[in-house]
Design a protein around this ligand. Sequence first.
Ligand code: BGC
Length: 759
Amino acid sequence: MTQPRRPTLVLRRLCLSTAMASLLALSPAVHAQTMPAKDSPPIMALTQDRVWARADALVRQMTLDEKITYLHGLFPPQTKNPPADMIPSAGYVPGVPRLKIPTLRETDASLGVANQVEQRKGDTATALPASLALAGTFEPELAFKSGAMIGGEARAKTFNVLLAGGVNLTRDPWAGRNFEYLGEDPLLAGILAGESIRGVQSANIVSTIKHFALNAQETGRHVMDARIGEADLRESDLLAFQIAMERGKPASVMCAYNKVNGDWACENDFLLNKVLKKDWAYPGWVMSDWGAVHSTVKAANAGLDQQSGQELDKQIFFGEDLKQAVAKGEVTTARLDDMVRRILYGVIQTGLIDNPTPASEQPIDYAGNARLAQAVAERGSVLLKNQGVLPLKKSAKKIVLIGAHADVGVLSGGGSSQVRSVGGAPVEIPLNGGEAASFVRVTWHASSPLKAVQAIAPGADVTYVDGKDPVAAAKAAQGADAVILFAWHWQTEAADARSIALPDNQDRLVEAVAAANRNIVVVLQTGGPVLMPWLDKVGAVLAAWYPGQKGGEAIARLLFGDANPSGRLPMTFPAAESQAPRPSAPGWAEQDAIDNARRAGQKAGPIKPFAVDYIEGAAVGYRWYEQQKLKPLYPFGYGLSYTSFTYANLTVEDGAVLRVSFDVTNSGKVAGADTPQLYVTAGQRKRMLRLAGFQKVDLAPGQTRRVTLTVDPRILADYDVAAKGWTLPAGEYALYVGAHAGDAALPGTAALKGWTGKP
Ligand code: BGC
């Protein structure tokens, strides 16, 4: 079954005040702390028992119809006769005013308060860079601040549920939503997602975590069956969710579109009842993704608590049908009450019920929030190559910028996460087909690299050529002191890329310009890895991801050395597509069959269901490359700086708990930040390299700091399906501290006592 298309309606205008209030005062130059934000205020001031008691008291007072109404949500763009207080956005669930149960006003999501295809005319918000940039910072502190910023803006715009917390692991380099997620490692992704959710909920609104689980690809997401063994799933994607949920305590979990091992994720008893609610004792509610519900009785009994965006499903499963199912005893009254109670638990736990969102829009400190967006872009961009070209000299006389609309803006990823950023969208290109076409346009944020470079090098003659003609671009580059070529690879929700080669003849463009001027700097704006056949011929490469609404300024500061690059790759960059566990994106054959039939004027049914076997199991990303002895183009964790770092004096405290300490020194001439990483090889089922700890450290030239990393034993353990829990056998474990996966700068071993743990 396919999801009905979203309409591109132009909806009611929201007048937003842009007056200032001081929400955050973060300057890009001020570096975040590198440890998780322990001292920020706890979001759960109420004990769990107290929250349950209050939720139960409310459930007792609700009528059957009130309960049912709270269990299915509307999709505002398609709602007929919308209620007066409905904001055009992703979702709306009417509350119960007589009991002060809040109406849920839902919006996307992780990169800022979304406003896809400008459904709320003129409503702009702060657009953070892609979550991949956040992952590239390796800074939990920035994740918390990002979440708090979005939560604050959402609240000020009267939303109270943020559909944030995307934490699916990157299994395929071309997957359409990689840019919205946090990379390929469960520890890194889990910590950052958890902090970001904690940040959102610090604004007393609900955050989701999504998409539960194994929504690892977009093409065919409504029909595909993701197949994997339980232990593999627990040690990879589920572990990322688990870590994030422990830290962030999201009030809601959004189940995914796809099937997992034969059952739809939103009616998957194993995922929802067994793992989430039983093993992890999750107290909150499971909401469906938009158009991801397939049944009433099966879904309700398998653990789905709320149907979202009902207009996008085949029918309203959790309305009258659910009422009937309860009347017939197919769903018990106890289960019905449990569904409602879980939602109420979430709205009480987050403080939403005690501190309701304002009735009208509040002022937002957009200038302060823009500084945060810039800080994430500066701290998360990754310098991949630098042959003495960077930093660029401000005394340069002639600088040429080429390609990707760098005269006016920076590229953004597409989909439900699309923010209409402050400053607007100088370039917007509609799509001419595919599922994404109804709610996506290829969008640039108004942050001009050209203007930023002109401002930073005021004495230079700075010009822009669009790069459409490689010969003209090469000619413009000749004799320039600096050439900055902006390469792009646009990615979107609802479709995977067919390839990670740069599209639109860009490889030829880079080759031509590099032949004319060897000092060429390539700035990548991509949603993940891309192939770089021209790598040997260029002077420098900076991966800026989709850098958000201050991307132009951030890129200029990084290139000219006002900011020192410190991002590290949150995902492996393959040397060739054939290195990935699957050589291409599954589902395109099925999708093409439909598209071809439609083009031939034939009636084409929905895309044919297909299955993907995740043969890499828990060995996602760098773990796969290590197991298969493959040399990637750039490994996970990799990134250069304008200074250098050394590691020394490793000590390993082992026994019951593994704790590793070492010195990190800035051995270069300028201040910079490094992210030393601890890797351990473990696994009885299958030997596997694992990122066991990391810490970002800011260091002045010559400065040394001692870093201590304490390891969560689940990272090293096997999941034992028969014993129903984690198991780490006693023994010797090889480890190393290094600058990236595969860099055994400080090798060691740990003698660990055995450990077992609950799932
Ligand atoms: C996406 C979700 C999103 C929802 C509401 C879905 O298509 O998969 O991530 O939150 O739409 O916009």
